[in-house]
Design a protein around this ligand. Structure first.
Ligand code: 5GP
Length: 212
């Protein structure tokens, strides 16, 4: 490691559908530098507020299968009947430049990233109450009743994965939850095993950018 500012890692953010992960990830990016959002590929239809290349890469099933077969996805999973995956090239490219990557992904994908990147940070977002999850899912008017019911059922199963995650953040208010995530990322950037990776303390005290 040539520079303390080059410390980077994947940050997996998971939690039951509707818990507000995407809002929190965007809130965190506004507060911190050297942090970017992973844009996933998915076979699901775009919601009317979403844009190709900004929220997701909306692709066909054939294209998704091709990316999977050619090893272009760092992880992938079937969620709510559709396929989702993380393009590997951007993830690795950004991290090589010292940017940590936020991955708003489901628990199956989260576990795959933790296995492939042992230095990944994992955060599980929990709702302030179960009623809140239901309210949020229903508030997203673009989904059908059937889709909402499926998401609620999946949410119960997803909660069980909490034990695989390193950190737990309650999303009671966006501001407080983002502040908690910020503390996690700042502390992780100061871990001894990251800052002294491949260098001695003598090298480290001579480096710039230690105030990360
Ligand atoms: P939505 O369709 O509501 O945008 O997302 C549904 C679920 O898929 C969410 O839990 C979201 O975190 C997850 N998801 C989004 N992108 C990916 C991805 O690239 N990989 C995996 N495994 N899950 C994803």
């Amino acid at each position: 490691m040539a520079d303390a500012e080059m410390i980077s890692f994947p940050i997996v953010v998971s939690g039951a559908s509707g818990v507000g992960k995407t809002t929190l990830c965007h809130g965190l990016m506004e507060k911190m530098s050297r942090l970017a959002f992973s844009i996933s590929a998915t076979t699901r239809e775009a919601r009317h507020t979403e844009e190709h290349g900004r929220d997701y890469f909306f692709i066909s099933t054939d294209e998704f299968e091709r990316m999977k077969a050619e090893g272009e996805l760092a992880e992938w999973a079937h969620v709510h009947g559709e396929s989702y995956g993380t393009p590997r090239v951007w993830l690795d490219g950004q991290m090589a430049k010292g940017t940590s990557i936020l991955l708003d992904i489901d628990v199956q994908g989260g576990v795959q990233i933790m296995e492939a990147y042992p230095d990944a940070v994992s955060i599980f977002i929990v709702p302030p109450s179960w009623q809140e999850i239901e309210k949020r899912l229903r508030g997203r008017k673009s989904d059908s009743e059937e889709a909402i019911e499926q998401r609620l059922q999946n949410a119960i199963e997803e909660m069980e994965y909490i034990v695989k995650y390193g950190y737990v953040v309650a999303n009671d208010t966006v501001e407080d939850a983002v502040a908690r995530m910020e503390h996690i990322v700042r502390a992780e950037r100061l871990r001894r095993d990251r800052v002294l990776k491949g260098i001695t303390w003598r090298d480290y005290i001579g480096l710039d950018g230690k105030g990360v």
